[in-house]
Design a protein around this ligand. Structure first.
Ligand SMILES: CSC[C@H]1O[C@@H](n2cnc3c(O)ncnc32)[C@H](O)[C@@H]1O
Ligand SMILES: [Zn+2]
Length: 424
């Protein structure tokens, strides 16, 4: 199958050059980006007045948490988790989680996310929703043992069960990732076992690290060192590790992350809403650390809109540093695309010949996006998820001109409402 996208403003290559061009997709790849391509294609999309962009890579989320949106706002992380979120999550069945995953997938397709790194429960169910939706999902079962050896064993067993179930689906669009929840909820034994298994099975690892001052206090009290030093000391870190948050990092932590090639997934919306703090973005980037962008879940954000997240990232670091040159639009755009792809070892995040055709089309025929003085500036500072019109993953059209083709939108939303009533 082939798709020809005609006459758009294309964000081309790693340097984000904006060119007026056509994009030809054959199979799951981009084969040509040129002016006036005249080849016949199965589908032709007129992108006049529109921007053709790499799809966004949400590097940290909990996609089914849309079910809990708005149920526990205006709280700090530990209170939010322990007293509001975990009691509700205890009631979630595999089928409810699948309903939540469909809702998350629908929201992501509508707002231009093509790939996401997820951490939740029953990820085999989430994988089924991801496959139906047509997205790419890197799916981690979130492991928590709270230092109880019986739970350690059960969590490892469940992770391996889910890994096998996801691998059985035999798709290049769903990948299992190991997901120990955090150093404050996982024992050293669990973390060491995860490290061993991830190396053995060649899987990525994702984990929440150094999110709040409360976490730094707990880990320092328990182990006498920072969470990053602890993970380094037990041999956990590597270039296959993606830590979520990394808010409270000192210069020693940053050097350790840089040395191991660890990626940090930045979640500015969640960090601001839970008042967790401001991650040291400039210091991480200056040290050569790969930093991607994530929304976190919809119960702490409260949506999955990566366009909104880019603006939050840019504004947060400017005001925090009292320096408007920090977190410029191009740096933030790369975080939301190329840097996420690098962390996931995915040949995407860039529009260029040979790359996967994970592409979105944004309608710029709108007053808040005119005149088109600077496409990247408009995407970071002026656009939002509702401006996305077409979403393509691996050469398959998931949404065309605002119509979602892979999911029954009404059904997804009404099922989510039903689950919410049952949970109430
Ligand atoms: C064990 S599955 C994932 C687990 O993480 C919880 N969660 C959601 N957001 C955050 C966050 O910002 N920090 C720590 N934990 C978070 C989610 O509710 C699940 O229980
Ligand atoms: Zn999280």
């Amino acid at each position: 199958m082939s798709i020809l996208i005609k006459n758009g403003y294309v964000i081309y290559g790693e340097n984000l050059n904006v060119v007026k061009a056509d994009v030809l997709i054959e199979g799951n790849r981009v084969v040509s980006v040129e002016r006036n391509i005249n080849e016949a294609a199965d589908t032709v999309i007129d992108a006049t007045g529109r921007v053709v962009s790499p799809g966004f890579i949400n590097l940290h989320t909990h996609s089914p948490m849309g079910l809990l949106r708005g149920l526990a706002d205006d709280l700090p992380l530990m209170d939010w988790l322990q007293n509001h979120i975990w009691p509700r999550e205890a009631k979630l069945t595999p089928e409810y989680i699948k309903v939540g995953a469909y809702l998350g997938a629908l929201e992501m397709i509508r707002s231009g996310t093509t790939t996401f790194l997820d951490m939740y429960f029953h990820m085999d169910k989430v994988a089924e929703a991801v496959l139906d939706a047509g997205l790419r999902g890197y799916l981690s079962y979130g492991m928590i043992d709270l230092g109880d050896p019986d739970r350690t064993e059960r969590e490892i067993k469940e992770a391996l069960r889910e890994m096998e179930a996801i691998e059985k689906l035999n798709s290049d669009r769903v990948h299992f990732v190991f997901g120990p929840h955090a150093p404050y909820t996982c024992s050293i034994a669990l973390l060491k076992e995860v490290r061993k298994l991830a190396s053995e099975h060649r899987k990525l690892i994702t984990i929440h690290v150094s999110e709040t001052m409360a976490e730094i206090g707990q880990i320092t009290e328990r182990y006498g060192k920072s969470p990053v030093v602890l993970l380094d000391d037990i041999g956990f870190l590597g270039n296959d590790v993606i830590i979520a948050h990394g808010v409270w990092l000192d210069s020693r932590d940053i050097q350790i992350l840089a040395r191991h090639g660890v990626t940090v997934a930045h979640n500015p919306g969640s960090n601001m809403k839970l008042a967790s703090g401001v991650m040291p973005l400039e210091k991480l980037l200056n040290a050569g650390v790969n930093v991607g962008l994530g929304t976190d879940g919809s119960a702490s954000n409260n949506n999955l809109d990566m366009l909104e997240e880019m603006k939050l990232a840019a504004l947060l670091h400017k005001v925090h540093n009292l320096d408007p040159t920090v977190a410029d639009a191009r740096t933030v755009f790369r975080m939301a695309t190329q840097n996420g792809a690098k962390a996931l070892r995915l040949n995407a995040g860039v529009i260029k010949e040979g790359y996967l055709a994970d592409i979105i089309i944004i309608n710029f025929n709108r007053p808040h996006l005119r005149p088109i003085n600077d496409v990247i500036s408009h995407l970071v500072y002026s656009a939002n998820g509702n401006d996305v019109e077409t979403t393509i993953v691996g050469g398959k059209i998931l949404m065309l001109d605002g119509e979602v083709l892979t999911l029954d939108e009404e059904k997804v939303i009404s099922e989510a409402e039903k689950v919410s009533e049952k949970l109430a």
